[in-house]
Design a protein around this ligand. Structure first.
Ligand SMILES: *Cc1c(COP(=O)(O)O)cnc(C)c1O
Length: 413
């Protein structure tokens, strides 16, 4: 029997979690107004080349191999990690859910055939070392230094911002330690690109970077995961290969007009790109660069501190230090009811999240919510949810205090 469902309708909700953020209307409009054109049409290709150049500006890099990998953040990470081959020595620093998954990816790639067969979904590769840093703490230079000195790996991997626990890790310390030990550093920049103000060329110990289309670069009409690779990384791939066609760091770059290590005006087919996706991604990059990397970073820091202040006023304890997200413990009287609270909020179209690994905490994000009205809306909804759970919250006082903070900040400008 053929089953045809009614047309799918998805409600408008407020994505106020660690990601994805609400995609900007300008990006959605660019997606919808793109004409029908195939993946080799001249303007689609020009758009991809312009995206490549804007990505170099956003990353702050002269790396030729800078482009977008079709898919989500993990697609870009898969491309970057495809240079890791069975038996390669790797150290991965794990301080939350996402670096934990990155560690799993690395163990899958570094595993020998026997190790993979012994535990196909969770292989224990002898050549891969996972250095666990407790949830709620950052990866420090001392931890990286110690592990690299002890294990002397070929590769090391760290998340720049670990979204699972909301912690900023020491990028400078990681890069410096990789340089001292001649290690090829790789960074998961999924959560920091487009939010933090940094130039990857300032971190010469890091040779591969991977980000995503749904957090700092807000382009969820599923588009591209930005990646950037140093010449040293590409030389490694050229010498030893990568066991993938679709995510191959050298082959995928061809469609973005990078061939034989050079920018070329005529890209070569790698896979069938969507003109709609290219148009949306192009607009998302234009938006980010128009805002300005430094200004955007300041705006995130400013609004995160307002949200942090408000949730602390409500009796919560914040354990994160990212600027796009607060990760918090509920007031003691509500401890243990995190999932109940989050479920209730999500059912009401207020998309916040619990942590995905222990301990259970609440995560509230501000991606693309950079304004007093937006933060006030988030604070109001969160206060209402705490009150509905029986929390003792003086919502009026919190909202008055928040308005005062914004007025004082405006007056100081
Ligand atoms: C969100 C996130 C990912 C996964 O990104 P997807 O777009 O869901 O594939 C990986 N790493 C970090 C640090 C993240 O924050």
């Amino acid at each position: 029997m053929t089953k045809i469902f009614p047309a799918l309708s998805i409600p408008e909700t407020l994505a106020a979690g660690p990601g994805p953020g609400n995609t900007d209307a300008r990006v959605l409009a660019a997606f919808a107004r793109a004409g029908t054109a195939d993946h080799m049409q001249a303007d689609v290709l020009r758009g991809m080349i312009e995206c490549k150049e804007m990505l170099r500006t956003l990353f702050g890099t002269a790396n030729i191999h800078t482009f977008g990998v079709g898919g989500t953040g993990f697609s870009g990470l898969d491309c970057m990690l495809s240079a890791i081959l069975p038996g390669d020595k790797v150290v991965v620093f794990v301080n939350g859910t996402f670096s934990g998954i990155d560690g799993l990816t690395v163990r899958m790639k570094a595993a020998t055939r026997e190790e993979l067969a012994a535990n196909p979904l969770d292989p224990q590769a002898a050549s891969a070392t996972i250095v666990a840093v407790p949830h709620g703490q950052s990866v420090t230079e001392a931890v990286v230094e110690q592990a690299l000195a002890q294990h002397k790996p070929k590769w090391a991997l760290m998340a720049h911002w670990e979204t699972g626990s909301g912690r900023v890790n020491d990028l400078q310390g990681f890069s410096d330690a990789c340089r001292r030990h001649g290690v090829l550093g790789l960074v998961d920049a999924v959560s920091s690109l487009g939010i933090a103000d940094f130039s990857i060329d300032d971190y010469p110990g890091v040779h591969g970077w991977a980000s995503c289309p749904q957090k700092g670069v807000l382009c969820l009409p599923l588009t591209y995961a930005p990646v950037s690779f140093s010449d040293r990384y590409i030389a490694e791939v050229r010498a030893n290969g990568a066991a993938t066609y679709v995510h191959h760091p050298v082959l995928e770059a061809r469609h973005w007009g990078v061939i034989d290590g050079k920018d070329v005006p005529t890209p070569a087919y790698h896979r069938t790109h969507s003109g709609y996706a290219v148009a949306a991604f192009h607009e998302a990059l234009r938006l980010t660069l128009e805002h300005g990397r430094a200004q955007k970073a300041r705006d995130y820091a400013f609004h995160e501190s307002a949200l942090r202040w408000a949730v602390e006023e409500m009796g919560c304890t914040v354990t994160s230090n990212m600027t796009s997200l607060v990760v918090l413990n509920l007031p003691p009287a509500l401890a243990g009811r995190e999932k109940e609270l989050v479920q209730k909020c999500r059912a009401d179209g207020f998309g916040i999240w619990p942590t995905l690994s222990e301990p259970v905490q609440v995560r509230i994000g501000i991606l693309n919510q950079l304004g007093e009205a937006q933060i006030t809306d988030i604070v109001t909804r969160f206060a209402d949810a705490l009150i509905a759970l029986g929390g003792a919250v003086d919502k009026g006082a919190v909202l008055d205090g928040l308005a005062r903070r914004y007025r004082t900040a405006l007056a100081a400008e």
